[in-house]
Write a protein of this length. Structure first.
Length: 699
């Protein structure tokens, strides 16, 4: 028997970006383990990725190209050869492009976080074709835009130091489920005496293990952050030296925060004013009076509401008010991705885009349902005639799912899906092209929760006839007659182009050294903003961001009410009085892993958590099948009557494949295609519903 260990990287949309060791015996991967030497991974993987071989060798893997032979959405396909499949795709795309290439839309996101199998050869192909551009907003763009206005980029503290913090605020996240290695460090800080606070409408697994849980209503985090500022300023719990030297706009921020007393914010958030006073007092006392490190781990859940961008802005200002950045264990992290020097121009080749008479139009992926149905398209541009989906499952994950499915069901829409399995989206494809999993191809990864580059070396040969995304687009490019040398680049070539050469942050790091070592850390200070030096236009933390004025936005952090809430939409709230959020289920990652039998068995079935008072008012008892609904759609789930959901809130852990749910629907039947205040992002957690016993449901 021949056995070898291959250095690899987890490809999934998680801040941990784990370093992997893949054991291969006689060409078959038999084990995927965490690298014990990688300081982030420390030899431990989540339940999902530790079972990665179950996904790679799943009996339902797509291993040959498929052509639709039944109605759209029926999942009826017949196998065909690669030559026939690629000829069909090239012929159809070529005919559409001859009329107007903007009628072709790529649709992709973070099904892999890899820089090679993500947007490299695929982007080159669509740029050369002249297809519509895709605004990739579905996860993080509201928060990323807010950080750019405030700090200049998506940058933050190094989580490797957080065990030395004396206060850790986990705001809008559940790291036990979605940031495991950060949680391990938090537990170490707790053992050293740190106070842990969770801010989350839902008492998640993480919130249950914190010293205190503050549960604001969804979409009200901006008001809470401004009230914390109010107390810090009122009680002079401020680092005046840091503010004077390393921030811009304090006087204007002080005036804004004065409008948000704890009493006012408590009324907006549906919490007690004492909770605000306590948290602000502890945060300021530790940071300013005792000069101890205080940390905020901000996550993306809280930016998925109308005012999500401004909420992130408000929270992101807090560390600079108290000088938390002076400590390696202090500050804030939402994302570290902005530290990585990535050569996107080399990877994606935007120079291939047609520049005359104009650039192609841009389609927002968060409103794909409307776009496919011809609604909201830029004036003078064609309807969408073809869509090519890779690294995503929009029929399950995009908001207002009924519209999305209706768009994909159009008989005149030519749909190509690159996939591992017959997902909800693949069921609507005309052609399915089998893609490789992470064990079967080469890739390079940055992270958004730590500061290590990682290499993914190919561990096994592709199963069946599966091909890497890159090779699929290479072959399509040849059939489309694209002759530029970049279309002949190998995956190794592309990986070598990914890192900006000469950037001091990546000194000593290139593809050759990376694939040999498996991971390498960026060259950054332990406390990156101890002396300011933010990558903003002013070099400072921008309480007041002049660029926001140019962009037509309020230049100060503010509170933007949810679209759907009693105060902002009283008539709607009278019909649909319960707020609904749909955070990740512990055993799924977005819609990935839902079809892995062992993981789905652990989740059991779709559940809807509802507070006992809200359940009693509706005649709902624990274990009953219920129907959540609003004007956009409905879904059925098993009720769990629990005070983990605060009163006025229901929680549907997600995202189930629709075909694996009891009624063929998931939480995105209920979510809307409205967008955030900045970043053009979706508002998944800005959603009002009513809930009734399923026996009363009207189909």
């Amino acid at each position: 028997m021949s056995t070898r260990i291959v250095r690899a990287a987890c490809p999934h949309d998680c801040p941990d970006s784990c370093a992997l060791l893949v054991t291969v015996e006689d060409g078959r991967a038999v084990k995927v383990a965490g690298d014990p030497d990688h300081p982030g991974t420390q030899g431990v993987l989540c339940t999902k990725v530790s079972r990665y071989t179950e996904r790679t060798y799943h009996p339902d893997r797509l291993l040959s190209p498929m052509k639709r032979v039944g109605p759209k959405g029926s999942g009826q396909f017949a196998p065909i050869g690669w030559d026939e499949a690629l000829d069909i795709v090239a012929e159809r795309l070529g005919a559409i492009a001859a009329r107007d290439p903007q009628a072709i839309v790529p649709y992709s996101y973070a099904g892999t976080m890899g820089l090679v199998q993500g947007e490299s050869m695929a982007a080159r192909f669509f740029h050369k074709l002249g297809a519509s551009l895709l605004d990739r907003t579905i996860c993080a763009s509201a928060g990323a835009t807010a950080l750019r206005y405030t700090y200049g980029a998506s940058v933050g503290m190094d989580i490797e130091h957080v065990e030395d913090a004396k206060l850790i605020v986990i705001w809008g996240g559940n790291p036990i489920a979605s940031n495991l290695h950060f949680w391990t460090r938090v537990q170490q800080a707790k053992r050293r005496g740190a106070t842990l606070v969770a801010i989350d409408p839902y008492r998640s697994l993480t919130a249950e293990k914190c010293h205190r849980h503050i549960a604001p209503m969804p979409g009200t985090d901006g008001a809470l952050a401004l009230a914390i500022m109010h107390v810090l300023i009122r009680d002079d719990l401020l680092d005046h030296d840091y503010i004077a030297r390393h921030t811009v706009g304090f006087d204007a921020l002080r005036d804004r925060a004065a409008q948000f007393s704890p009493a006012r914010a408590a009324q907006i958030c549906g919490i007690d004013a004492e909770e605000i006073e306590w948290l602000a007092g502890l945060y300021g006392k530790l940071a300013v009076r005792e000069r101890q490190p205080v940390a905020i781990r901000l996550n993306y859940g809280m930016q998925r509401a109308h005012g999500g961008g401004q909420a992130v802005r408000a929270v992101a200002c807090l560390p600079s008010l108290v000088g938390a950045w002076r400590h390696a264990a202090g500050g804030l992290q939402l994302s570290t991705s902005g530290f990585f020097p990535i050569d996107n121009a080399a990877l994606q080749r935007p120079d291939l885009l047609p520049s005359w008479p104009r650039l192609p139009r841009t389609i927002n992926m968060s409103t794909i349902g409307d776009a496919l149905l011809g609604e909201g398209l830029p004036a003078g541009t064609p309807p969408i005639e073809a869509i090519v989906v890779y690294n995503s499952n929009p029929v399950a994950v995009a908001p207002h799912s009924g519209k999305v499915a209706a768009g994909f069901a159009r008989e005149d829409l030519f749909t190509v899906v690159l996939e591992h399995f017959r997902t909800d989206t693949a069921d609507y494809a005309d052609i399915i092209l089998p893609a490789t999993t992470q064990l079967e191809h080469v890739d390079i990864h940055k992270a958004y929760g730590h500061t290590y580059f990682l290499a993914n070396n190919q561990a096994i040969a592709p199963l069946g006839e599966a091909l890497p995304n890159t090779e699929i687009f290479r072959r399509l490019a040849r059939r489309m007659g694209f002759t530029e040398p970049c279309f002949a680049d190998s995956d190794e070539d592309i990986a070598a182009q990914a890192i900006v050469r000469g950037d001091p942050r990546a000194a000593g790091i290139d593809w050759q050294t990376l694939k040999e070592s498996g991971w390498q850390k960026l060259k950054l200070p332990a406390a990156p903003f101890a002396e300011g030096g933010f990558p903003s236009p002013t070099g400072k933390c921008q309480f007041y961001a002049a660029e926001m004025v140019k962009d037509g936005l309020d230049p100060l952090p503010g509170y933007v009410p949810p679209y759907e809430a009693p105060a902002s939409a009283p008539e709607l709230a009278a019909r649909y009085p319960l707020a609904m959020i749909s955070p990740p289920a512990r055993n799924f990652l977005n819609s990935t892993f839902v079809n892995v039998d062992s993981l789905r068995a652990t989740e059991g079935e779709p559940h809807l958590d509802i507070h006992p008072d809200d359940a009693a008012a509706r005649g709902i008892v624990d274990g009953m099948m219920v129907r959540a609904f609003n004007d956009r759609g409905s879904m059925q789930a098993r009720a769990r009557v629990t005070d983990r959901a605060r009163q006025g809130l229901v929680v549907g852990l997600s995202i189930w494949w629709k075909k694996l749910a009891p009624d063929g629907k998931n939480a995105n039947e209920l979510t809307s295609q409205r967008l955030t205040d900045m970043g053009r992002a979706p508002v998944f957690y800005d959603c009002l519903v009513q809930v009734e016993a399923a026996a009363q449901a009207v189909t």
